[in-house]
Design a protein around this ligand. Structure first.
Ligand code: CP3
Length: 362
């Protein structure tokens, strides 16, 4: 099918409406993708997972790319996020970890001292190039425009300094981040060294992903919401801004996302990220106001709405679109990742509703 009939000012030939929306350019309809779109809720993923561990999938480009592509195509979304994990850079930094079923990530020797931070390596980021290889395969698969003339966007991702440091220091998921904050408050120089080392590795890792074909980099600061505005500003803003600016200078838009961030959005915007990801607790229009008019936003349906009856879910999807109004720069997403047990049909329906109700909004 010729793609020419789809060309117009809102959709130049071969362009990606997802990338255009990240840059606040007008689009033919609101683009949509979903956090954790390739996760355990999906039977196709579980079938692969039966034979391979999570880390095996991440470290095998053939499998990681297949999982990425299958999820994007099954759902009909406008962007594919590479299948990887936030914690992969720990290995070349010299910090061993594993994923324990039902428990999440476990770092066996958590980072608790300045000496340990000094021993972390920053010169082996090239060992992560299996992720770039997976991105190359995804980019090759999606290089041609789809039936509607749109080229699917490819998202690479990295963690932000606070969120990654919290896993390193706590040794896993945390409720109160006591050890992380103890180190942050108690040894400022050590904290700064740790965040600087993370930024060095993350920029190199993001650069590999961009070179391999990532159109956009999302920076996950999932647990930044655990910080007060004052602590975020004092201990995280500088390193995160440095990271955002260095990734932007690779030539791609940056999406910066965290959970429970309503109080932080204005400060997070100071990082100069092109797009702020909104969690579901903040009404989208209020979140956008806090982010400011020079910023695009991504979000923000509550992922648990995907368990609701169809009429409730449809109403909530329309509400998110209505709160975005007709401003350019909205990417439809969830306010956090899809959880295991989510009915796949509801996920597919949600994407269809965004396509239907998100048309010609600008
Ligand atoms: O399509 C996708 O989005 C999947 C790719 C992806 C994974 N991890 C694979 C994964 C992405 C984008 C991530 C990012 C990630 N990893 C984050 C940030 C996103 C967020 O939710 O805020 C975080 C905090 C991590 C660290 C991590 N990885 C945790 C805390 C866990 C355990 C929690 C859980 O959901 O079980 C993981 C495991 C993990 N990473 C899974 C997947 C699909 C599930 C476990 C599995 O398949 O065995």
């Amino acid at each position: 099918m010729s793609t020419e009939s789809f060309e117009n000012d809102l959709h130049p030939a071969g362009s990606s409406r997802f990338v255009r929306a990240c840059l606040r350019q007008p689009v033919d309809r609101t683009p949509v993708w979903l956090l954790r779109q390739a996760g355990r809720y999906m039977p196709e993923y579980m079938a692969v997972r039966k034979h391979h561990s999570l880390l095996e999938i991440c470290r095998t480009p053939e499998i990681a790319s297949e999982v990425t592509i299958t999820a994007a195509e099954r759902l009909g979304v406008d962007a594919a996020i590479i299948f990887a994990d936030l914690l992969l850079p720990f290995t070349p930094m010299g910090l061993d970890f594993e994923f324990v079923n039902g428990e999440g990530p476990v770092v066996h020797q958590p980072v608790r001292s300045r000496e340990h931070i000094e021993s972390l390596r920053t010169d082996r980021a090239d060992e992560l190039n299996y992720v770039a290889k997976a991105i190359e395969k995804v980019a090759a698969h999606f290089s041609a425009p789809r039936e509607d003339g749109d080229r699917l966007g490819i998202i690479g991702f990295i963690g932000a300094p606070f969120t990654l440091a919290s896993y390193m220091i706590e040794g896993g998921s945390s409720r109160n981040y006591i050890e992380t904050k103890k180190l942050m408050y108690g040894d400022r120089a050590a904290w700064q060294l740790l965040t600087e080392k993370l930024v060095t590795v993350l920029v190199a890792y993001a650069s590999q992903q961009v070179e391999a074909g990532a159109d956009v980099i999302q920076i996950f600061d999932s647990w930044a919401g655990a910080l007060s505005v004052a602590d975020y500003r004092e201990y995280c803003l500088a390193a995160t801004t440095e990271l955002v600016q260095r990734v932007k200078s690779l030539g791609v838009p940056v999406i910066y996302f965290g959970v429970d961030t309503a109080s932080l959005l204005t400060t997070m915007r100071e990082t100069t990220a092109d797009v702020l990801g909104l969690d579901w607790r903040v009404p989208l229009d209020e979140g956008w106001k806090l982010a400011g008019p020079g910023c695009a936003v991504q979000g923000n349906l509550d992922p648990i709405t995907l368990f609701a009856p169809a009429d409730v879910l449809e109403k909530r999807v329309r509400e998110v679109l209505e709160l975005a109004g007709n401003r350019p720069g909205h990417i439809f997403n969830l306010g956090h990742g899809i959880v295991p047990g989510t009915p796949v049909d509801n996920v597919i329906r949600t994407v269809e509703w965004v396509k239907k109700y998100g048309k010609n909004r600008q």
